[in-house]
Design a protein around this ligand. Structure first.
Ligand code: BGC
Length: 794
């Protein structure tokens, strides 16, 4: 069958899955007969032979022992069933048909290890009951879902959480998400997404922690601890590190496209967040969709065995990305579905998400001797062990009631509001326009994002209800009841090429206005702005534009937002630009003409209240950019941790540069303003030289020199001057977010030990710590100037 190469893998693969299911039923009656026989033997003969065969309550000393004991009772087909994760979703895509076998029958037959996308607690309990009572061994189903940044309560999108530079808050937020999802019976999240992203054209930049491996590793650790709890206080919930690995390096910023990543870059840039997540104990890893150096990630032995299992010492189980096992054929790697199952299984993908390729092909692979029973056991064992660890055998059911959603919201809204406020990044504040006086009389809120609720929840907020969310307009109105706050949309925004996700994920798209309507709306926005004392522009992107299958070629404000902004600015009113986007947009004009600019990302359920807090100074912005902000799309990829290559960027000549724009970013990585001011001074190194194995401590004093209590993020950057390979001009190797009262000071120390200095050297083909001279900078962004040096001696 030929499928369009332009269709998204999700859709292609879904079609393939359905086709396969239909083929089994229609073209291969023999297969269908076998199935029937298998089913009959399970359902009728099985119990007779095995009596009351049951998965025993855990008696063995650990989860793997329990899994081994259970494996001994399982038939080959039951084992294969555990590797299968069907979608519980009727995709409203016309070409997609549903599995002809009912969910119930699949469960009864033991053909479901896990379901994806089911979040209704009643339905979860109904299916789980079938598994626990009607399936031969009563093995519970593990329900997994994309709990990316919230469940009942949405928190800011992951890139925004990274902008908070506050791992403790990310931990708390994911702990709350796990608690909420757990009530619904969902015990497994497909998060955190750990893909380093240095190309803002890629829509999924929103889901990760940005461009930097050190910040990425910190956020990875925090999120795993949030979802799964700390070792001393574990939570029966499981995190997934995804997408393993290098998905963020998609060529041209096009989602799903191939990635070509050298070993050097893989080890030093793309893997550190995964290493941190594995060390934090993450239960699962998701193998990525794309070709990695021309070998699909979900069939890539080097990646999944050599790197993940051996180097990173990962002990949990690997789930493929949706349909990725089946897609090994589409990708021109596997010969056919059977070959795809073999390649996925031998590479070490334990669970097949969505494609049913294992379910349909693996028995034949065993019968024909391509796979052994012991290889099959190796695939199944960690899945069963995870179910024991999650205490699913004892507590398989959801406990949510009708009230749970509102109870969770009431309990968690305050934290969500704080998180959204702590994530915002103030980019410009000329003449201290912000915070606005609470006495400002007439405020115009203008722009397509100003009264949106669904978009504020951000991408991947599939269980959030828009009506629970506070829009910016509502937030400001509630904050300033004595002011006259009015709203006008002004312009509409839309994608040129919609995606198949638009129909069922995120807020519904509005019908496009007629030219007359567009003209009327623009004029009424201008009129409203003209009659106001301050204008709050709410521009950016729809949440579905910063999502999967949502890459773009330009970084301009989509639609006629730029025109609207320029017209409003020409009215001469004080204008604040609030940006709702995760990817940096082209602000070259705004950064010179709009006095106050704040990147608010997509803040979640409490976005509007948090924005209102920030606007009037009830909260003070303290977030910092987790990605370098380019001047224009032509600078992409731009990131601060580049090497000097030929000559430093500031050399007099023959440096890496463009002849039409500066090489420097519009705003550097780590940058963000506050309503207060800070000084960072007195950099002191504990020694100027140290032995190769030694450690040096850098200490600075940070002081709040302004008039408000506020936060500063103190950042340490390191540079190795020479060695077996050239090293980035700067690398983040420490950071701390502190809150200081006016006039208050704090000393902060950063260790610079082996961890901070080792790197993977292409010349040595391995990890090295080398004698060299080092530069240290400490400050509040990646262009920090406070500097000292030390040397490491052999
Ligand atoms: C995405 C994954 C996600 C999965 C299940 C895929 O399309 O790439 O990140 O977890 O779908 O929703």
């Amino acid at each position: 069958m030929i499928t369009s190469v332009l269709a998204p893998p999700f859709a292609i693969a879904f079609r393939l899955q359905v086709r396969r299911a239909l083929l089994i039923k229609t073209s291969f009656p023999e297969n269908a007969m076998n199935r029937l026989r298998v089913y009959l033997s399970f359902s009728l003969i099985g119990p007779l032979l095995c009596g009351v065969a049951q998965a025993q309550a855990p008696t063995a000393s650990n989860d793997t022992d329990r899994a081994n004991a259970l494996l001994k009772q399982m038939t080959t087909e039951e084992k294969i069933g555990q590797l299968n994760q069907p979608l519980y979703l009727k995709l409203p895509i016309p070409s997609v048909k549903t599995d002809p076998v009912s969910y119930e029958d699949r469960v009864r037959r033991g053909e479901v290890g896990s379901f994806l996308f089911l979040t209704d607690p009643k339905e979860i309990n109904r299916l789980q009951k079938i598994a626990m009572t009607e399936q031969r061994l009563h093995i519970p189903i593990l329900f997994g879902f994309d709990v990316i940044h919230g469940f009942d309560t949405e928190f800011p999108v992951p890139l925004a959480m990274a902008a908070s530079w506050d791992p403790a808050m990310a931990e708390q937020a994911q702990g709350i998400a796990a608690e909420e999802a757990g009530h619904a019976g969902v015990r497994w999240s497909f998060a955190p997404m750990l893909d380093i992203a240095r190309d803002p054209r890629w829509g999924r930049i929103s889901e990760g922690a940005g461009e930097d491996p050190y910040l990425g590793a910190a956020m990875a650790r925090a999120q795993v601890r949030g979802f799964q709890g700390r070792p001393e206080n574990p939570r029966p919930f499981m995190a997934t590190l995804k997408h393993f690995a290098g998905y963020g390096a998609a060529e041209g910023g096009r989602d799903y496209d191939a990635a070509y990543i050298s070993e050097e870059r893989m080890q030093n840039v793309y893997l550190p967040p995964f290493r941190a997540g594995v060390e934090a104990g993450a239960g699962t890893v998701m193998s990525a969709y794309m070709d990695l150096n021309n070998v699909p990630a979900s069939g890539n032995l080097h990646l999944l065995q050599e790197i993940l299992r051996k180097q990173l010492n990962f002990k949990g189980f690997v789930v493929s990305d949706a349909f990725a096992v089946g897609s090994l054929v589409t990708q021109g790697f596997a010969e056919n579905a059977k070959d795809a199952a073999l390649r996925g299984a031998t590479a070490g993908v334990n669970m097949d998400m969505g494609s049913a390729t294992y379910l349909e092909q693996m028995k034949a692979l065993l019968d024909e001797g391509h796979l052994t029973e012991s290889q099959l056991d190796d695939l199944v064992r960690p899945i069963l062990a995870a179910k024991y660890r999650l205490r699913l055998f004892d507590h398989p059911y959801a406990d949510a009631t009708e009230q749970t959603h509102s109870e969770m919201l009431a309990k968690h809204r305050p934290t969500a509001r704080t998180a959204a406020a702590r994530s915002a990044v103030l980019l410009r504040n000329e003449g201290a326009l912000l915070p606005l006086a609470k006495t400002t009389k007439r405020i115009a809120v203008i722009g397509p994002l100003g009264n949106s609720k669904g978009d504020m929840n951000g991408p991947w907020s599939l269980t959030a209800k828009a009506e629970d969310t506070v829009s910016v307009f509502e937030g400001i109105r509630a904050k300033l009841p004595d002011s006259h706050v009015e709203y006008a949309e002004g312009v509409q925004i839309a994608k040129t090429f919609p995606s198949s996700f638009d129909d069922f994920i995120g807020p519904k798209l509005e019908k496009p206005w007629s030219p007359e309507e567009a003209d009327r709306r623009m004029k009424s926005a201008l009129k409203l702005a003209g009659n106001s004392d301050a204008v709050i522009m709410t521009l950016g992107e729809l949440s579905g534009m910063d999502f999967e299958y949502a890459s773009r070629s330009s970084l301009s404000l989509p639609g006629k937002q730029q025109e609207l902004l320029e017209k409003i600015q020409s009215l001469g009113k004080p204008v604040v630009l609030l940006l709702f986007t995760t990817r940096p947009l082209d602000l070259s004009w705004a950064s010179e003409h709009i006095p106050a600019i704040m990147d608010c990302y997509f803040g979640g359920t409490e976005a509007g209240n948090a924005v209102a807090d920030l606007l009037v100074g009830d909260a003070v912005p303290g977030g910092k950019l987790p990605v370098t902000w380019p001047r224009s799309v032509g600078q992409v990829e731009i990131y601060y941790a580049h090497t000097n290559s030929h000559k430093p960027y500031d050399s007099a000549d023959f440096t890496s540069r463009y002849w039409d724009i500066s090489t420097s970013p519009l705003y550097p990585f780590g940058y963000g303003l506050s309503y207060s001011t800070f000084s960072i001074s007195d950099l002191h190194l504990s020694a100027k030289t140290a032995p190769l194995d030694g450690s040096i401590t850098a200490t600075v004093t940070v002081a709040n020199t302004g008039a408000r209590a506020a936060d500063e993020v103190v950042q340490l950057y390191l540079h190795q001057r020479f060695g077996s390979a050239s090293r980035p001009v700067r690398e983040l190797k420490g950071f701390r977010r502190v809150t200081l009262l006016p006039g208050q000071k704090q000393e902060i120390s950063f260790p610079i030990g082996r961890e901070e200095r080792n790197y993977w050297s292409a010349a040595k083909d391995g990890w090295v710590i080398e004698p060299s001279d080092f530069d240290v900078w400490v400050g509040n962004n990646s262009q920090a100037e406070l500097h000292d040096t030390f040397s490491l001696l052999q």
